[in-house]
Write a protein that binds this ligand. Structure first.
Ligand code: NI
Ligand code: MN
Length: 238
């Protein structure tokens, strides 16, 4: 499996079976993404909430590549009205698409669809995803969220993801310190920071985050990526 960071919270996952998953595909207006949206396709698109820096180019990409969108009920209905195939779900539930399991978990954040002409329309609840691949590997994409205790009691203790992708930009989400605490609670083998250095309001040094994680749990690998970079996932099996 390969994970490519497209900047901000946008990630492209290519599975061993060559299935492409895009999460939060904010591409054409993303100052940290220099990959043209025309170059991207997806079999499956996950959307964590309705804000434009996460919903991004989901409609365009889904339309041109016939993707299946996985999102909360409200965003799914919004897309279905425009002819997109969306699998609606809600927090606590799972659904399987092409042998990949998507579990929707909580995120403490808002989720209005904020880019429509009429202003903001209700977009349900913000979420994160646990994605379980056919070989058992699990990725947790936290979406935009505050630190909350169930990251330990539910995500860390029950779902036990191998890789966590955690926002560290502060202001709208956790900052480096909260992100490091979340990482310790989730207790993955590796963590990738996201949602920083896209705009001046979320400028952060990821090394500060990495140092906090190392102090809290030195066994966790911190994978600091540059936008456009690919991380090849090779997990040791117990
Ligand atoms: Ni947001
Ligand atoms: Mn955001």
């Amino acid at each position: 499996m390969e994970i490519r960071w497209l900047g901000h919270s946008a990630f492209e996952i290519t599975t061993d079976e060559d299935i492409k998953i895009l999460i939060d595909p904010f591409i054409s207006n993303n100052p940290s993404c220099n990959i043209p949206v025309e170059e991207l396709t997806a079999d499956i698109i996950c959307i964590t909430h309705g804000h434009s820096d996460h919903f991004g180019d989901a409609y365009e990409i889904a339309e041109k590549s016939n993707s299946i969108v996985v999102s909360n009920h409200e965003i799914g209905m919004f897309l279905q009205k425009q002819g997109i195939e969306a699998v609606n779900m809600n927090i606590g539930g799972s659904t399987s698409i092409r042998n990949i399991k998507f579990t929707m978990v909580d995120a403490i954040h808002s989720s209005d669809v904020d880019f429509v002409e009429e202003g903001a329309v209700p977009g349900g609840s913000a979420c994160g995803f646990i994605i379980t691949f056919p070989n058992g590997d699990k990725i947790y994409h936290a979406g935009d969220t505050a630190l909350y205790g169930d990251m330990e009691s539910i995500i860390g203790n029950i779902y036990k993801p191998d890789i966590a992708i955690i926002p560290i930009g502060d202001r709208f989400t956790m900052g480096p310190f909260e992100g490091a605490l979340a990482t310790r609670w989730v207790s993955p083998k590796a963590v990738i920071p996201m949602h920083y250095n896209t705009f001046p309001a979320i400028e952060q040094d990821p090394v500060i985050f990495s140092n906090f994680v190392k102090q809290l749990d030195p066994s966790i690998d911190v994978v600091i990526m540059n936008p456009g970079e690919v991380y090849k996932v090779e997990l040791e099996k117990e």
